[in-house]
Design a protein around this ligand. Structure first.
Ligand code: IMP
Length: 448
């Protein structure tokens, strides 16, 4: 059976968690393949809503095993907090039983967070992500599988601590890493996670050969990809499809479906160009922020808001070849008189249909919009009622009113990707799936 990839199609925070949650009903493995605790997703378990950063969204599907994959950078202390929170609400301790950490994943150490605190350009989440990947690329970082070999090597630890201190010094961070503390930290990590540290690529490969379904869940979004995003205002990993299998330790031939998740508008946290950005102080931009509760899950920072950008979405599709698009937060646009879609850019008198490569040029782009009629605001329960009507009568998007449907169909046409599911509220039931599509649960009552 195949692997399925789920990716953020914009600048992150698209609402991947719910889509993953829905698909995990039919999967036995949920795998994170890049990033670290810069990501944040919300998982619903019973009546409780849980914010997670590194544990895959599949955690609430108790039949699912979880992998923190090769391509990740992992903060073991944050992971411990997440596992404790999960234990508190579920009574379960999945580590070593159905949650495994790759031997190849890099460890985020206190040094990396200190180093990240010096960032003044990108507006990082400050979680030490970039510095941990930097150490990996420089081939001086420590991976989970390395600990046993180095934890008693005093020369190695001394040299490593000295290197860290030189680097902290060079960016003006006034803190010191002691090799004894480094050793103590590594001992604790080994003790705490020893049973969970595995050759996870082999496990996933075996599961696929055994006929199981594997979900590869992306963090961040395509426009934050280190190679293909709005560099340098990007994260430090390859967030796109090409890395989903590589970062999990399997080959790309396993993937049959790749779903892109996009909001019905756009948000971005941190710095960097955003052509369709609106003001957070007034009008539609303020409406999106307020109604959509647009604050970062990880840092609590207000997200910047703007209209849906088709140029960026097409770029994202070029990189990922989406087999379906999940449109989230359509409900948030309710109550706006008109809704715009950015269909191109104007840069210094030139019309562009594709994103320029550099952020400097992208910052000079003005959006070209087409305007659509808005639709009325509805309450959360009215949206759920609409979603139930769609499910119960098996009418898919036929439950939407004409103005909503026109907007959805126009996005499909402009982006050239079929929309397979539409999110209309935070509730698990507040989704409308296309009839017969991968999110159509009419024949799968176990899904909710
Ligand atoms: P870093 O990943 O912490 O290095 O941050 C680099 C850039 O990516 C910053 O603009 C962050 O705000 C952004 N970023 C990182 N993770 C996420 C995410 O999960 N959602 C949205 N933006 C993110």
């Amino acid at each position: 059976m195949p692997a399925t990839v789920i990716l953020g199609a914009q600048w992150g925070d698209e609402g991947k968690g719910k889509a993953i949650d829905q698909l995990s009903a039919n999967s036995t493995w949920a795998v994170r393949f890049q990033g670290g605790n810069n990501a944040g997703h919300t998982v619903v378990y019973g009546d409780t809503t849980l914010k997670l950063h590194q544990i895959p969204s599949g955690v609430s599907a108790l039949h699912c095993s979880m992998i923190l994959g090769d391509g990740m950078v992992i903060d073991p202390w944050v992971l411990e907090e997440e596992l404790d929170r999960w234990h508190k609400i579920s009574g379960e301790r999945p580590e070593g039983k159905r949650l495994f950490i790759s031997e190849r994943a890099s460890i985020i150490l206190p040094f990396h967070k200190l180093y990240d605190s010096a960032d003044k350009v990108v507006g990082t989440t400050g979680r030490g992500i970039g510095p941990a990947y930097r150490d990996r690329i420089e081939r001086v970082g420590i991976r989970f599988g390395d600990i046993v070999n180095i934890v008693d090597d005093v020369d190695y630890l001394r040299n490593n601590a000295e290197r860290m201190n030189r680097q902290l010094n060079s960016v003006g961070v006034d803190s010191e890493i002691e090799w004894e503390k480094l050793q103590k930290d590594l001992r604790w990590i080994l003790e705490r996670y020893g049973d969970s540290i595995k050759s996870t690529g082999l496990m996933i490969d075996f599961a696929l050969k055994n006929g199981e379904n594997v979900l590869l869940e992306g963090a961040q979004g395509a426009m934050l990809d280190i190679d293909q995003g709005t560099y340098p205002f990007v994260t430090s990993s390859v967030t796109c499809r090409a890395n989903a299998t590589h970062g999990a330790g399997i080959h790309p031939g396993h993937v049959e479906e790749c779903f892109g998740i996009t909001k019905a508008y756009t948000t971005r946290v941190g710095n960097g160009p955003f052509p369709s950005e609106l003001s957070l102080e007034e009008g539609a931009g303020m409406h999106m922020a307020k109604i959509g509760n647009e604050f970062g899950t990880t840092t609590g920072r207000p997200r910047r808001t703007g209209w849906l950008d088709i140029v960026a979405l097409k770029e994202s599709n070029r990189l990922n070849g989406y087999t379906g698009l999940v449109l989230t937060k359509l409900d948030v646009l309710g109550g706006l008189d008109e809704i715009k879609i950015c269909i191109g850019y104007e840069m210094e008198g030139k019309l562009l249909q594709i994103m320029p490569t550099t952020s400097k040029e992208l910052a000079k782009c003005d959006p070209i919009y087409e305007t659509h009629k808005g639709f009325e605001a509805m309450t959360e329960s009215e949206w759920i009622e609409m979603a139930n009507e769609s499910r119960n009568n098996n009418i898919g998007f036929g439950a939407l009113n004409e103005d909503m449907l026109n907007y959805v169909r126009r996005i499909e046409k402009l982006a050239g990707i079929p929309i397979v599911s539409i999110g209309v509220g935070p509730d698990r039931d507040a989704s409308i799936a296309s009839v017969g599509g991968p999110f159509d649960i009419s024949n799968n009552k176990e899904m909710f």
